[in-house]
Design a binder for this molecule. Structure first.
Ligand code: GLV
Ligand code: MN
Ligand code: MN
Length: 412
């Protein structure tokens, strides 16, 4: 094959597509709200599918709504796949997920223009509901694709607004006819913004991601009794609001005590009836625990369970726990991580090995094929925030490394 070393991504075209997609579901401050399977998600999907067709990709959609744009190779067989997601959290930025999908399309555009046909086919994937912000678990589409969750179970998931995945998928017209898990790639490489402070604070352009921390999500429901805030002595209260606060405080202290990489977040608390002078009868709260160490993550879960058991007794409330997601830490393929480093070195970009603090579709794809990730810096480490920002030159650098990593993998 002729020398492809000089091929480069057109950063302006990539930025233009990022702008256009960010205009769908745009919210104040430059961010995006495209919760999974909403009208805004449908509009985003329609736009990406249109771009895929313009590029000549063969668009296939599976029964959980994952979208795959496939580009033929010189030979048939397992494709080299890239991609990510385009759903966002309610107050999301414009790069999370979208960057990986649109950079994948730019790779295709560069190869089309240079009339390069790789040995293996290439595929750009858009996975359904990566965020888990509306329907848990997160990484739902890639998890189903990898066989970690049945299609029936996924379709039956009820969201925070009471809607069902199956109903919403049908409503937006994205129940595809391809059975889930059909396309089994040779390798999967996901390009994503870091969403944390490491690269930005160290002044390094890229990350070769070789591992990803474990994630434990649960929802706690605390049942107490509402009563008058002015007349009920403390000893007679069954105060669900107080208990939710105590659990929140415990989790911060737990993470501090355990040290290492333990993290704990309470991102949502809902009180009923939620009135100034009424003791809360019910609290519903989410717990997000993460650790790079599987045993430590399990230990954090055990300590939380022991604490809530004692607390339920002493505060005379009932505490129920419902698991929303549970994924062990993942080790990516070191061969691909090394290749990413070599490509970055050749292109003159600084790069370091790193672990991912966020969950990604690549962690599910790692169950069925060789997988790794490329990170680009998030200015100020900000993400899941409308102020999420990555510099144009870093976006281009990451996409260039993706281009050459995919081409190499597609030739092997
Ligand atoms: C997925 O975006 C996560 O919460 O890490
Ligand atoms: Mn993401
Ligand atoms: Mn995200």
């Amino acid at each position: 094959m002729r020398n492809l070393g000089k091929l480069r991504i057109d950063g302006e075209r990539l930025a233009a597509r990022l702008d256009a997609l960010a205009g769908i579901g745009a919210i104040e401050g430059g961010g995006c709200c495209r919760l999974a399977l909403t009208d805004a998600d449908k509009a985003g999907r329609d736009q990406v599918v249109e771009w895929m067709r313009e590029l000549g990709l063969f668009v296939r959609i599976d029964a959980i709504g994952n979208i795959f744009g496939v580009r033929a190779g010189r030979e048939d067989g397992a494709p080299v796949m890239t991609g990510s997601h385009i759903d966002t959290v309610r107050t999301g930025g414009r790069y999370d997920g979208n960057y990986g999908v649109l950079a994948g399309l730019e790779v295709v555009r560069v190869l089309n223009e240079a009339e390069v046909l790789t040995r293996r086919p290439l595929a750009v994937a858009v996975f359904t509901n990566e965020e888990g912000a509306r329907f848990a678990p997160d990484m739902m589409g890639s998890l189903v694709h990898a066989g970690g969750l049945s299609l029936a179970e996924a379709l039956a998931v009820r969201g925070i607004d009471g809607a069902l995945v199956g109903d919403e998928l049908a409503r937006i017209g994205y129940v595809g006819d391809m059975p889930v898990g059909t396309i089994r790639p040779h390798a999967f490489v996901e390009l994503h913004i870091e969403q944390g402070p490491v690269l930005d604070s160290e002044g390094v352009t890229l990350g070769a991601v070789d591992s990803l921390q474990g994630i434990s999500w649960q929802e706690l429901t605390i049942e107490g009794q509402s009563n008058h805030a002015g007349t009920t002595p403390l000893r007679l209260r069954r105060d669900a609001g107080f208990v939710a606060g105590a659990v929140t405080l415990f989790l911060r202290e737990l993470a501090q005590r355990m040290g290492g990489n333990q993290l704990a977040t309470v991102g949502r608390i809902e009180l009923v009836p939620n009135i100034i002078n009424v003791i809360a009868a019910r609290a519903t709260m989410t717990v997000d625990l993460r650790n790079t160490d599987a045993a430590a993550l399990a230990e954090a879960e055990r300590r939380l369970a022991a604490f809530t058991e004692d607390l339920a007794r002493s505060e005379k409330v009932e505490i129920r726990s419902r698991r929303l997601a549970r994924f062990d830490p993942v080790v990516f393929d070191t061969g691909i991580a090394r290749r990413i480093e070599q490509v970055a070195g050749r292109l003159g970009h600084s790069i370091r090995r790193m672990t991912s603090g966020a969950g990604h579709d690549a962690q599910m794809m790692a169950r069925i094929c060789l997988a790794a990730m490329i990170f680009t810096p998030s200015v100020g480490g900000l993400s899941h925030n409308v102020g999420e920002f990555t510099r144009a030159e870093d976006l281009t650098a990451g996409a260039d490394v993706l281009l050459h990593t995919l081409v190499e993998l597609a030739e092997e």
